[in-house]
Design a protein around this ligand. Structure first.
Ligand code: SF4
Ligand code: FES
Length: 243
């Protein structure tokens, strides 16, 4: 592969210095084999500008912290190879989330609020007995719950969502996927109608306008369209029957 000289156009703004307006800054970097955007950004910070802000923890598409707009499309920087991108690469922070600085956004506050709003924990009256044997669960059902649990809270589906970009209170695909997880878990004793009272609104399941960008974008390939259809079906029935 012939070595390329890549041009990066990167959004720069530090809310701590509001007197310096937001701008795009260009950097150039020689491409190396199997270079990810994680490697490229670290080299830019080490070799050219130590003030460049971006987030990484795992470097392996597990922690979800490196989400950013890569040539306009949300994605994980640690999972994106520069060889799959053109010579000119534009990097912007994910919209919707609070900007920390440059490419770094605070998805944690957003997801914490989401989990509190959804009461995203098992609701049960059973007392926990540490000496009792583990409850068995059907393998297929456990797999379905695990499928929804795979969300790494990267925020890509939220950033790609037209509704979430227009209304800050929309749960988005990540929120509806989280609800699907509790709807199918028999240990959660909430009735579908109790969940309907939380998500049966325009900020919840009925706010989706069906563009399904989330489904194309999810880096861990959770079938978000399928999860949304499940929640919609169950919520429509709960709304009609009051059960
Ligand atoms: S559902 Fe997928 S795209 Fe959305 S936050 Fe979770 S991992 Fe990221
Ligand atoms: S650094 Fe953890 S997902 Fe990219």
């Amino acid at each position: 592969m012939a070595e390329r000289l890549l041009t990066f156009s990167i959004f720069r703004y530090n809310p701590a210095t509001p007197e310096i307006p937001p701008r795009m800054q260009e950097f150039q970097l020689d491409e190396t084999p199997n270079m990810t955007l994680f490697i490229a950004l670290n080299r830019l910070r080490e070799e050219q500008d130590p003030s460049l802000m971006f987030d990484f923890v795992c470097r392996a598409a597990v922690c979800g912290s490196c989400g950013m707009l890569i040539n306009g499309r949300p994605g994980l920087a640690c999972k994106t190879l520069t060889q799959d991108l053109p010579d000119r690469i534009t990097l912007m922070p994910l919209p919707v989330f609070k900007l920390v600085g440059d490419l770094s956004v605070d998805t944690g506050v957003w997801f914490r609020q989401l989990n509190e709003n959804l009461e995203a924990w098992i609701h049960t009256d059973k007392e926990f007995d540490p000496r009792s044997p583990e409850e068995r669960m059907d393998n297929t059902l456990a797999q379905e719950i695990y499928e929804a649990e795979r969300c790494i809270e990267c925020g890509s589906c939220i950033a790609a969502c037209a509704t979430a970009n227009m209304r800050a209170d929309f749960l988005g695909a990540a929120g509806l996927n989280r609800i699907a997880r509790f709807l199918i878990d028999p240990r959660d004793e909430r009735s579908p109608y109790q969940i309907f009272e939380v998500v049966g609104t325009d900020e919840g399941v009925f706010g989706c306008i069906g563009l399904m960008a989330c489904d194309d974008i999810c880096p861990v390939e959770i079938p978000l369209q399928q999860q949304l259809a499940l929640v919609r079906r169950k919520m429509a029935w709960a709304g009609l029957t009051g059960k």
